[in-house]
Design a binder for this molecule. Structure first.
Ligand code: SAM
Ligand code: SF4
Length: 334
């Protein structure tokens, strides 16, 4: 197999894809299970669950991240499903936070369990957190998540602020006719050190909101009309700087993630690892590489390295549209 790794000055292998992009970010789904049922993510009855035996054990995830870090993975994000529902998640954070070469470790959570778990997670080495809370209004939150747990999610957000997590990001999937009024979030950014990211809805195996799609351009117009925006000239966290602003006089910032209308494949630096041990080269493609043969029955470092290279090699250059994601969002991890 043609190697797509190149040596850096520090003799660290770096994953580089066929389009010249350096791959240094791994998004790791640790479970397909969730305690919410967001309409934009999964159907009310949930999605068929993986067998426990298929889900990677923590020591397997740790081994994958160690090898990834040797190959140049510098940023890892834990996601799900809802990662905080996975028993013992704090111990995984502890294992990952000491991996040499891994510079940034973060988690994406719906926040419902965070007020109880924030402290042990911080003690375990977690410093950055993204919350997925698409409304601050309890009726709208109920419509979006089929749940009344907004107070718990907001307690989680407050706990993160008090515990000094930095940066704290807040994902908001914008749906016309439901949560398209973004004014509560603009107020939040003015008052709290929270970086809100408005996300265009992607149709991935859940309720079809295509006719309620709100494009980035419209989101930008709405926030621009409501508040004075100062373009950010440095990224918050490790994403690319685009569509991101500090709010005049505010503590936080606003960003727009536009995977549908402004899909910026040229900046893509990531691979995804599903809970059942598949590397996904691209969110928009159902193409996956099963890495379990490199983990079971025995761990095989060389095989795993070549599977990382293969996944990197399979990253498409520019995939703007798809009809087949292969899995629901809760199974991929966002
Ligand atoms: N349960 C956690 C949460 O809700 O943040 C982590 C997993 S969830 C799959 C990760 C992120 O995916 C969510 O924060 C949400 O913003 C985003 N997401 C889910 N469904 C989406 C959709 N259909 N379109 C765009 N973003 C979506
Ligand atoms: Fe669960 Fe997150 Fe999907 Fe909502 S977006 S159903 S919290 S995995």
């Amino acid at each position: 197999m043609k190697s797509l790794t190149k040596k850096s000055g520090k003799n660290t292998d770096i994953l580089q894809d066929a389009h010249g992009r350096i791959i240094n970010y791994l998004r790791i789904s640790v479970t397909d299970r969730c305690d919410l049922r967001c309409t934009y993510c999964m159907p009310a009855e949930g999605v068929p669950q993986l067998n426990h035996s298929e889900i990677l054990r923590f020591e397997e995830i740790e081994a994958v991240v160690r090898v990834g870090a040797e190959l140049g993975i510098k940023n890892a994000r834990i996601t799900g499903g809802e990662p905080l529902t996975r028993a013992g998640i704090t111990s995984l954070i502890q294992k990952l936070s000491v991996i040499p070469g891994l510079k940034d470790l973060s988690i994406t959570t719906n926040g419902v369990l965070f007020s109880k778990m924030g402290f042990p997670l911080r003690e375990a080495g977690l410093r950055r957190v993204n919350f997925g809370i698409s409304s601050l209004n309890s009726d709208i939150y109920y419509k979006l998540t089929r749940s009344s747990r907004l107070p718990e999610a907001l307690e989680g957000l407050e706990a993160a602020i008090k515990l000094g997590f930095e940066p704290i990001k807040l994902n908001v999937v914008v749906i016309r006719g439901i949560n398209e009024d973004l004014s509560d979030f603009i107020t939040l950014v003015k008052e709290k050190p929270v970086h809100v990211r408005f996300i265009e809805y992607m149709r991935i195996g859940a309720a079809d909101y295509s006719s309620s799609f709100v494009p980035a351009s419209e989101i930008r117009r709405q926030i621009g009309a409501a508040v004075e925006l100062e373009p950010l000239n440095a990224p918050v966290g490790c994403g690319p700087i685009q569509n991101a602003w500090r709010v005049s006089g505010g503590q936080g910032s606003i960003a727009i993630i536009a995977p549908v209308t402004e899909h910026v494949c040229e900046y893509c630096n990531r691979l995804r690892l599903t809970a059942d041990g598949h590397l996904r080269p691209c969110l928009f493609s159902a193409d996956e590489i099963d890495i379990k043969p490199a983990l079971r029955p025995a761990f095989n470092t060389e095989m795993l390295k070549s599977l990382f290279v293969e996944a990197t090699q399979k990253k498409p250059g520019n995939l703007r549209e798809t009809t087949d994601f292969g899995r629901s969002m809760s199974q991929i991890g966002g």
